[in-house]
Design a binder for this molecule. Structure first.
Ligand SMILES: NC(=O)C1=CN([C@@H]2O[C@H](COP(=O)(O)OP(=O)(O)OC[C@H]3O[C@@H](n4cnc5c(N)ncnc54)[C@H](OP(=O)(O)O)[C@@H]3O)[C@@H](O)[C@H]2O)C=CC1
Ligand SMILES: Cc1cn([C@H]2C[C@H](O)[C@@H](COP(=O)(O)OP(=O)(O)O[C@H]3O[C@@H](C)C(=O)[C@@H](O)[C@H]3O)O2)c(=O)[nH]c1=O
Length: 298
């Protein structure tokens, strides 16, 4: 039996990984997040409320439970907040990763780190794993720095980059792009949606499955995990309206410069996912199937 420790287990992606891991046999789970545990499951698991910026506590937890793998999802993932407070962004997004890489060297575990398409500038997508990074904002800079800390260490590592993750969240009060569009249109609210951001949206179940496959297969290096369909965010909103038969006229097309005056985001990302297909048998959920799955879970 392998021991997998997940940081950020109360987060959108963390909760999905926790549930998938508990729903399959074979691995033992240790979960860490800041507050009280917010995942209830019929199967017991070890939960420790801890701040990953607290190095002493982190080392004590690693030394006590001796995980084989650590999946690190914790981040300040609000891009605007990262821009407003780059010091806090670096404290949460970089420092714990640097320390986890050192712990991975000392305690011999496989470190799996969640990263993003925002490491790229959006001028040459879809991107391959070895393409040159060039982040446009502080969030992206912090993720590149964290990636570099891992790559420069001698630990055993995987970096999982992903894009605009959506799905039915375990906690019903949590939102993401699809649920925001759906609920706004249901409530007859007008929304401004960008026509010049192109993404390959990622179904959260696919991402969690890929992280666990990487852990189980000991697949090392960088992995790009997303769908393989490129849409503008405006097209995604249109598809949501079509799928749930909502009023499309409430969706107002706008340019990103009208919406985001301070923080630049990459225009055209998307990933080449051949490596994940080959090494992990990764097979992405398309947007319509993702919407169907959300519909079944709401
Ligand atoms: N969501 C997306 O579309 C994408 C996400 N990613 C990456 O995936 C990862 C996970 O994202 P996501 O699940 O959406 O993020 P969330 O914000 O939903 O989850 C982050 C979790 O980390 C916890 N946390 C934050 N700071 C600390 C800390 N100091 N110590 C312990 N726990 C902490 C939070 O706890 P609490 O709830 O208690 O505050 C929260 O549960 C991130 O690394 C992000 O950069 C990459 C691309 C796209
Ligand atoms: C708030 C808002 C966003 N959008 C668009 C902008 C963007 O393309 C998309 C999602 O906007 P958000 O501000 O939620 O997220 P944003 O910060 O753009 O998205 C990112 O999240 C981080 C964590 C990542 O790592 C990325 O992969 C990425 O998907 O929706 C609108 O069109 N209208 C709006 O009112």
């Amino acid at each position: 039996m392998s021991k997998i420790l997940i940081t950020g287990s109360n987060g959108f992606i963390g909760q999905e990984i926790v549930n998938q891991l508990l729903n399959t046999e074979g691995d033992e789970l240790i979960a860490i997040s800041r507050g009280k545990n917010r995942v209830e499951h019929e199967k017991d698991f070890i939960y420790r409320s801890a701040d990953v910026c607290d190095q002493e506590t982190l080392e004590q937890i690693i030394a006590e439970y001796k995980p084989d793998t650590v999946i690190h999802t914790v981040a300040m993932a609000n891009v605007d907040r990262c821009e407003e407070d780059p010091i806090e962004c670096s404290r949460i997004n970089v420092d714990p990763v640097k320390y986890l890489a050192q712990l991975a060297e000392r305690h011999n575990f496989h470190l799996i780190y969640l990263s993003t398409d925002f490491v790229f500038d959006g001028l040459n997508g879809p991107y391959r794993e070895d393409d040159q990074t060039r982040p446009l904002n502080h969030y992206g800079v912090s993720k590149v720095e964290a990636e570099r800390c891992i790559q420069q260490s001698s630990c055993v590592w995987s970096i999982v980059r992903t894009i605009l993750v959506y799905g039915a969240p375990y906690e019903r009060n949590r939102s993401n792009l699809i649920l925001w569009v759906k609920s706004s249109l249901e409530n007859k609210q007008n929304i401004n949606v960008v026509t010049d951001h192109y993404r390959m949206p990622t179904f959260v179940g696919d991402l969690a499955k890929a992280c666990l496959e990487i852990a189980r297969r000991k697949a090392y290096g960088i992995y790009h995990i997303s769908s393989d369909e490129i849409f503008s965010v405006y097209e995604i909103a249109q598809q949501v309206a079509d799928f749930w038969k909502l009023d499309k006229s409430l969706i107002r097309p706008v340019k990103s410069t009208e919406l985001f005056s301070k923080v630049e985001r990459p225009s055209y990302t998307g990933f080449n996912i051949d490596k994940a297909r080959n090494d992990l048998d990764f097979s992405p959920t398309n947007l319509i199937s993702g919407l169907e799955k959300i519909g079944q879970n709401l």
